[in-house]
Design a protein around this ligand. Structure first.
Ligand SMILES: Nc1ncnc2c1ncn2[C@@H]1O[C@H](COP(=O)(O)OP(=O)(O)O)[C@@H](O)[C@H]1O
Ligand SMILES: [Mg+2]
Length: 390
């Protein structure tokens, strides 16, 4: 149409004079096209936005280690490395353990994920003040002396170590077959030192705290310091600290991370802090040697099935409140229990009590004990059978 300035007037005139009816007629069509145009433009914007979103590289999920005064942040990436990074805006308020989403290339923090759930660690671990006495432990005099020296003495008289100028071990590793009194020893030393006894079980840590294992370990040690003097008892430590064939699964990495956190905690505290660690395992053969390196759980205490003398001591401990018929041949009973663990000897006492209850007498007979021994032996065999074929 006409486009130069001089004709502007004329164009308007034309429209005015001859176009009224025409415009009237085509108006709905223009409107429809304009409408359609608008819809298409909106769609375009929407699609561009979607495309941008699809094009965006995935963000990396990281954990905040700490925020520095200058606003930069130390984060830990999923493979466990720490980086000092910037955040996209100062408005992101961060605290340690928060989950953050970071750019994959420069690791800048773009978004904050979940704030750290500072879960109540006391819900997940067993905390107690045990009342086991040294006299409740039978047949382990060498082990008792050793644990007294390594755990009790430094907790009770740290000044001796300062004066002499040596560092007591941070912890010990109790190892040996199941049911031999490892937990018992740990509780007895906690009681003797009036320590808080904090128990975590390696296999539970692995199963129950998927994604949280390392956090839990950290909090357990914070708690231990808070409630010092304390003993952190890690049962089945081989579950988190086994030498393994790397399969690279995420579960494996998680266990590895928990393990790394454990080592970091052990390395991180002072030898004379009022916190001691007692690790426990039936499988020292598969234990990662990193655990027992100098400066860590570098004192190994082997706890074995009792000797003949030990059997007698343990038997006496667990039958001390029973009335036993006069004339009972203890020699025979002891001989029958050869090879039993402390836990099995305790089971013999309990089972003998049940035989008496069933037969309605309150004084335990030799017969009760011998039948109990048979029963415990059978159970043990069944268990072996179960392990082999179960
Ligand atoms: N040396 C022992 N002296 C007395 N009782 C024992 C002994 N060893 C085991 N027991 C009994 O068996 C139970 C289980 O023992 P525990 O200490 O849990 O074994 P572990 O931790 O070595 O597997 C104890 O609570 C205790 O009643
Ligand atoms: Mg135990």
């Amino acid at each position: 149409m006409v486009s130069n300035k001089d004709n502007t007037e004329q164009v308007q005139d034309d429209t005015d004079s001859m176009g009224f009816e025409f415009i009237q007629e085509t108006n709905p069509e223009i409107e429809r096209l304009q409408e359609e145009n608008k819809i298409l433009q909106d769609t375009l914007v929407q699609l561009k936005y979607e495309l941008d979103r699809v094009r965006q590289p995935p963000l990396m999920v990281c954990e905040v280690v700490e925020e520095l005064d200058d606003g930069r942040v130390v984060i830990r990436t999923p493979n466990g490395n720490n980086f000092l990074v910037n955040k996209i805006t100062d408005k992101l308020a961060l605290t340690s353990n928060d989950t953050v989403y970071c750019d994959q290339k420069n690791l800048s923090i773009l978004e904050i994920g979940s704030k750290s759930k500072k879960f109540n660690v006391e819900q997940f671990v067993i905390i107690e003040k045990p009342n086991i006495k040294w006299s409740d432990v039978g047949g382990l005099s060498v082990q008792v002396e050793e644990i007294k020296e390594v755990i009790e003495l430094p907790l009770k008289k740290p000044e001796i170590f300062k004066k002499i100028g040596i560092k007591p071990p941070k912890g010990v590793l109790l190892h040996g077959p199941p049911g031999t009194g490892k937990t018992l020893l740990a509780k007895a030393v906690a009681a003797a030192t009036k320590s808080t006894f904090i128990e975590i079980v390696g296999s539970e840590l692995v199963m129950k705290f998927i994604g949280e294992g390392s956090k839990l370990v950290k909090e357990v040690f914070d708690l231990a310091r808070e409630k010092a003097p304390s003993i952190v008892f890690i049962d089945e430590i081989d579950s988190i600290a086994a030498t393994r064939i790397e399969t690279g699964t995420s579960g494996e990495r998680e266990v590895q991370r928990t393990f790394m956190q454990l080592l970091a905690e052990i390395d991180g505290f002072n030898n004379l802090d009022n916190v001691k660690i007692i690790g426990c395992t039936n499988r020292i053969d598969i234990l990662d040697p990193a655990v027992i390196r100098p400066g860590r759980l570098d004192r190994l205490i082997k706890v074995d099935n009792p000797t003949d003398e030990g059997i007698q001591e343990i038997f006496k401990i667990h039958t001390q409140n029973m009335s036993i018929k006069k004339g009972t041949s203890f020699e025979k009973i002891y001989a029958q229990m050869s090879g039993f663990s402390g836990a099995e000897i305790q089971a013999v006492a309990t089972e003998a009590g049940y035989f008496a209850i069933r037969e309605k007498h309150t004084i335990i007979t030799e017969q009760d004990f011998l039948r109990a021994i048979e029963k415990v032996r059978r159970n043990e065999k069944d268990e072996d059978f179960g392990r082999m074929f179960g």
